[in-house]
Write a protein that binds this ligand. Sequence first.
Ligand code: GUN
Ligand code: ZN
Length: 440
Amino acid sequence: MRAYRAALLYFKPDADPRDSAVYLDDGLLVTGPNAQGTQVVQAVGPYRDVAVRYPQVPVQHFPGRIIAPGFVDLHSHYPQTNVIGSPADGLLPWLEHYTFPEEKCFSAPDYCAQAAAFFIAEMLRNGVTTMLTFATSHPASVQALFAEAQKQRLRLITGLCLMDRHAPPDLLNQPSAPGGSDATERSLIDSETLLQTWHGVDRLGYAITPRFAPTSSDAQLRGAGDLATRYPDAWIQSHVAENHEGIAWARDLFPASDSYLSTYGDFGLLRQRAIYAHCIHFDDADRALMRDSGAAAAVCPTSNLFLGSGFFDYVEADRVGFQYGLANDVGGGTSFSPFHTMLAAYYVGREGQTKPGVSLSPQHVWWQHTAGAAQALGLAGVVGNLQPGCEADLVVLNPQATPLLARRTAQAASLDELLFAMVVLGDDRLVEKTVISQAF
Ligand code: GUN
Ligand code: ZN
């Protein structure tokens, strides 16, 4: 067992997320291995109360530092690291001119391996310790990412990108033999094989991954829904209602469905553990469908601002009551830093679709990137918090990391002021250390 003395930041599990943060100036976090050998939190609380219960456990002291749960990121594309900052008129031209050409490179296993190693290192350097991310339509891209994540003992979820139409031919799912006609069937077989190989191994999870409705045939979506029924604890990830052009396209291709979102429902792809990126242009029927199915939104504010897609509507989401959490959406998103994502979420909240929008509390945006995102994944109490039993994926934050951070955080007169200073001024420099469920 180990014990860490520092300021501690975490969240009361069942409290209102706008006001659920706990901050202990002088805390003690005690961790020890669970039955699987994963380091988990054994105790957390004020130093003076907890230390006496663990007199034999050596204490490592981090004066002036804050230990917080590692960030949980609900949506990104590991093959799009090289695409960050590519400007386009909107989503569809951005996909065509930058993203699809880059994703083609992932037919080569070596390219996948180096991209996976860089992506994971960059996520960790920025304090993200749990991630749900897209691979490409190449099985090798999934294999490479799982292998790297396993090496690092990471909690990571990914899956084969299902895409059997409306993309460049060499980026579509491929048939078993060149010129064959079984590409759709092959993509579903490959998905199931990868799922059986990796899902539940160590801390890895599989996500059934139709890219978005316009790039899948009815047969592919039906097959994905069938997998989702047969593997209820596997995740589902896709995109929905990101911009008006994409919505019109999806409505055109699936006229029998009531909306873009309900297309997924009609194919059995809306349920708990289904994470849909963006969820911007919704009506109340869509919001109710999210709520009633237990699906969750991955809110991607830097991506939505960069691509001009629109603003996630926090006011309406909360009025109807569906789940959401934050995501960097690299490479439509512009940063690996959860601090940049949280600040962008704050800006998006102010704008909203509904005027006058909302001033999200810093506790709420932080929760959306930790305990709230974990809850959206069905992993509440497993990651994203410091309550006993949580896996010890941690960040050590240094609020003196830059002269401005030091000056501003020293003036903070309340927890909200301290958190706001870090959300607004923070970046990778604030993250002194990221710890993955192991000893420091
Ligand atoms: N919709 C379909 N594919 C993508 C993608 O790669 N990025 C974003 N932001 N939206 C998408
Ligand atoms: Zn995306």
